[in-house]
Design a protein around this ligand. Structure first.
Ligand code: ADP
Length: 399
């Protein structure tokens, strides 16, 4: 069964074509600068890479171009578009309506539209992607896999903010959490590595990429997570500030250069985090290079702050969970950054967490157990596979 996975952003379309249940990637690619001029589609078939530079004025043209590539004799892997049996869509926000992937019908579409208020930058392009795929592939089942779904198991004491209760009832203000597909995939892989059913594992999952979030997982279900009403909360990220005192915002509004809330919003999302503190870059590799040249630099400070925040949440989630089987690292930094991993779990031996520096040193981009023999809590690196997880969920609903 052939499954197409689509992740439609405001100016980009990411796709991967899978043969299921083997989860074999047949082709993948990315259309960039959709609707912006000088658009480019990068299409890959195995080791082969094709760059198509042509105008992609909108998502409709983008989807048609992608399907054209998948079926073209020169670049494609399909003889006819009819070979595609289902399409899985990454959808950012499902509100409180969905705690699992779902076959898309009119009701699901309306719900995604309704949640656009909560994710104005993401749900509208997700919807466009779904509609364009429906037009291009009539009759093919479509599945929505929500970023928020895995965290719908949070208990009320964890997801509510201590604001007047009406803000929850009237405006749906609560912690939703994001990166759900990644945390769900990591949970399923960690259970397999630990040799236990998912329903018996307790984990702290750390997705550290450009966006960063952690989850406390009890019995395979998310019971707390660091991102909140929006992805701005929690950990320090590439350009997002993570947790701050909310009173900073009204304070800043009274200052001349921050008089507009929209400017503060932009600052917190695009100019803060590793970039804002270091003044150098949002990219951890650049910060590590700068920090090793100058240990007194703000790049070093930004890394220290980043790791301190991860460690603080490890402590919090140890308390939340009581018993923890493993701490799992994923995302670009979690998978490839020995320095951040080491600092984030340093001096936690009294809590049963002991990292083996030798195993940590060279562990990059593959599944590996980094813990010392005898460490009560395992420390695992598990490369995430969000597209693969969406393909699997789609296959399971449509097979
Ligand atoms: P996204 O959230 O956009 O998918 P990624 O998961 O690819 O991002 O993570 C990007 C981050 O991973 C960047 O900060 C990058 O510097 C970091 N990263 C990639 N390779 C390494 C490495 N070898 N050491 C440290 N950080 C790394």
């Amino acid at each position: 069964m052939i499954v197409l996975v689509v992740n439609c952003g405001s100016s980009s379309i990411k796709y991967q074509l899978y043969e299921m249940p083997e989860k074999k990637v047949l082709a993948k690619g990315l259309a960039e600068k959709v609707g912006e001029g000088d658009s480019i589609l990068t299409h890959r078939r195995g080791e082969e890479k094709f760059e198509i530079r042509q105008s992609i004025p909108n998502h409709k043209v983008g989807i048609e171009l992608i399907i054209g590539c998948l079926t073209s004799p020169e670049m494609g892997v399909l003889t006819t578009v009819k070979e595609i049996s289902a399409v899985g869509h990454r959808v950012v926000h499902g509100g409180e309506n969905y705690s699992a992937a779902i076959r898309i019908d009119q009701e699901v579409l309306s719900c995604i539209e309704e949640c656009a208020d909560l994710a104005p930058l993401h749900n509208p392009p997700n919807l466009i992607g779904i509609n364009e795929c429906r037009n291009a592939l009539p009759g093919v089942p479509m599945v929505a896999v929500f970023d928020t779904a895995f965290h719908q198991t949070l208990p009320k004491e964890a997801f509510l903010y201590a604001l007047p209760y009406e803000t929850y009832e009237k405006y749906r203000i609560r912690k939703y959490g994001f990166h759900g597909t990644s945390h769900a995939y990591i949970t399923s892989r960690a259970a397999a590595i630990l040799g236990k059913p998912a329903a018996e594992v307790n984990l702290i999952t750390c997705h550290l990429g450009n966006g960063c979030s952690m989850a406390a997982v009890r019995g395979g279900k998310s019971v707390d997570t660091t991102m909140g009403f929006t992805p701005l909360a929690g950990l320090i990220m590439g350009t997002r500030c993570g947790d701050i005192d909310p009173a900073i915002i009204p304070f800043l509004v009274s200052k001349p250069e921050y008089s507009k809330v929209s400017d503060i919003d932009k600052m917190m999302n695009k100019q803060s985090g590793l970039l804002g503190v270091s003044g150098v870059s949002n990219d951890m590799r650049n910060l590590e290079a700068a920090a090793s040249k100058d240990p007194k630099s703000r790049a070093k400070l930004a890394i220290d702050m980043f790791c301190y925040r991860v460690k603080s949440y490890i402590g919090a989630y140890l308390a939340v969970l009581g018993r923890v089987d493993a701490i799992c690292f994923t995302g670009g930094i979690g998978e490839n950054g020995p320095r951040v991993r080491a600092a984030s779990v340093s001096n936690l031996e009294n809590y049963g967490i002991a990292l083996d520096p030798e195993k940590n040193k060279d562990a990059r981009g593959r599944e590996v157990d980094l813990s010392m023999d005898g460490s009560k809590i395992k420390i695992l690196v598990i490369p995430t596979d969000e597209e693969g997880w969406i393909a699997e969920e789609t296959y399971n609903l449509c097979k």
